[in-house]
Design a protein around this ligand. Structure first.
Ligand SMILES: [Zn+2]
Length: 526
């Protein structure tokens, strides 16, 4: 009897110090591994911050086991084009992104990044956050720092300075150079100058991504320019948030994609990202006011608008931009996301405001109101000016990846574009399940392995042992976006668990207290 007891105690003692081989084990999933391969039933084991094993059945014990009951287990989504620095300090849990499966966001888009990048990344490193963040370095920010916002060519000396800042940005940890040739001062930048900067980024292993010069009448010239920057800059190049703006230009997605295919056929590594909505979002002035009016900054703009000749010319330009471009042909197609000078305008349309100012909502009257808005300090807008057919055509293209172009909203504040809350869930719910535009596996690939490959992130984006454990678990039958243009502050549904660097950050409807997010650095950081 005593012997038996002793033996039992000895056995228990021998077993007790053995740690469970895994920290976390997800069982009975439908594994969509990110590569595009067909799903299979299986388990995923995690140890520390890494995936330890992916197999049909894992029998070894784990500190915690979660039965996901047939839900999809996918790599956490990598959002390659975001404005996450709008909000991440205030809301470092980024629930709008986490609750749609996003585990990594990329900043510094559209030619706009903090400079020097090193201090921004150090700040992000100190921040206790739920998600990973990396950044591009912005051509527009560099040009502003060296020569301001004027419409003039750079001197040879200034170009050398700008190249120096690109190199510094890359060494600070950028993944490449972003351009916003649609915006001031990108719009004043000749292609040849961009190419010189792109070449510097490429030499250090970076990629180029662009908010193109024009997504409307000059769309195809802009696509050619984005391709030329890659081809002559000797680096991968990406069309950011690919879109066709303006009724007169609808249908040109086919021509855009033909240019992409031709370029790829001759060896240019050009790719695309896109959000699944037919409305864009940027400032009212960038979208509806000609660039020459904005040259040189706010005081110069206001001075021009006080001078009657320039004001009339500006108004004619605004009329054209409402009629043929981001205005979508009607002031009711322009919605306010936020207005610093009058928060109550959020959610209302340019037609509403034109009426409220005692005018019939014609395009000409709305142009007057746009000038008034600029004088008041400006607004962020949402612009309904794309077609579903172009959207679907671009989405189907094999080199298109999914990116939100969103930010981290303060929950309930203003009326942001719903893409910040819904992009990834919307692709899975609407374009995979309902419309069957993409298969589940292909959609996940465009959210994980494809952006990881684009960025050169070798340790994320695929479910494979040894890689970082960023995972999203969702029900393919119920996943959906709920944020709308009228009610944007609504989280995506259908996700049960989101894991970042091995730790659960979201579980069954609640953000957890874990803050495992890291800063990710590009290829030239030592
Ligand atoms: Zn953009």
């Amino acid at each position: 009897m005593r012997h038996a007891l002793f033996a039992t105690v000895a056995l228990l003692t021998a077993l007790a110090p053995q740690p469970a081989p895994y920290d976390l084990l997800l069982k009975n999933g439908r594994i969509v591994d990110g590569t595009g391969s067909p799903w299979f039933t299986g388990d995923v084991a995690i140890r520390g911050d890494s995936i330890a094993r992916v197999a049909a059945s894992i029998g070894e014990p784990a500190a915690r086991v979660i039965d996901v009951h047939g839900s999809v287990i996918a790599p956490g989504f990598i959002d390659i084009h975001t404005h996450a620095r709008r909000g991440i300090a205030e809301v470092p849990t980024a629930p709008n992104y986490v609750r749609q499966g996003v585990t990594t966001v990329m900043e510094g888009p559209d030619g706009s990044s903090p400079l020097p990048l090193a201090s921004f990344l150090a700040e992000m490193d100190r921040l206790q956050k739920s998600i990973n963040i990396g950044s591009f370095v912005g051509q527009g920010s560099i040009r502003t720092a060296v020569i301001g916002n004027g419409d003039r060519k750079a001197t040879a000396d200034e170009i050398q300075k700008m190249i120096g800042l690109v190199e510094q940005g890359m060494r600070d940890g950028a993944f490449g150079l972003s351009t916003g040739l649609f915006y001031v001062p990108g719009t004043f930048t000749p292609t040849a100058e961009v190419i010189e900067l792109a070449r510097a980024a490429g030499r250090l292993g970076g990629v180029h991504e662009s908010h193109q010069r024009d997504d409307a009448a000059k769309l195809l010239d802009s696509v050619k320019e984005t391709i030329a920057i890659g081809e002559q800059g000797h680096l991968p190049t990406q069309i950011s948030h690919a879109k066709v703006i303006g009724v007169a230009n609808w249908g040109r997605a086919a021509d855009m994609l033909r240019l992409v295919d031709e370029a790829r056929a001759r060896g240019v590594d050009v790719t695309i990202d896109q959000y699944p909505y037919t409305a864009s979002s940027t400032s009212i002035s960038a979208a509806l006011v000609p660039a020459w009016v904005l040259e040189g900054g706010r005081e110069a703009t206001l001075a021009r608008l006080r001078e009657s000749g320039a004001r009339e010319k500006a108004k004619a330009g605004i009329v054209m931009m409402i009629r043929d471009e981001r205005g979508g042909g009607d002031p009711k197609n322009v919605q306010f996301a936020s207005c610093g000078f009058d928060p109550s305008l959020a959610g209302k349309t340019l037609a509403d405001l034109t009426r409220a100012r005692g005018l019939a909502p014609t395009i000409r009257n709305a142009a007057e109101v746009v000038i008034w808005i600029v004088q008041q300090g400006g607004c962020q807008g949402i612009f309904h000016a794309m077609s579903e057919r172009d959207l679907v055509r671009i989405l189907r293209h094999p080199v298109t990846m999914i990116a939100s172009d969103g930010e981290i909203p303060i929950f309930g504040r203003a009326n942001p574009h719903p893409r910040s809350y819904g992009t990834f869930a919307r692709v899975l719910g609407v374009y995979v399940r309902e419309k069957k535009v993409l298969t589940l596996e292909d959609a996940v690939r465009r959210m994980s392995a494809a952006p990881a490959a684009r960025l050169g992130l070798a340790d994320r984006g695929v479910l494979r042992p040894g890689l970082r454990a960023d995972l999203a678990v969702f029900d393919a039958a119920t996943v959906k976006d709920t944020a709308t243009f009228q009610k944007p502050h609504q989280y995506a549904e259908g996700f049960s668990h989101v894991i970042v660097n091995g730790q659960i950050v979201y579980e069954n409807g609640e953000m957890t207290s874990a803050r495992p997010g890291r800063v990710l650095y590009g290829p030239a950081k030592h």
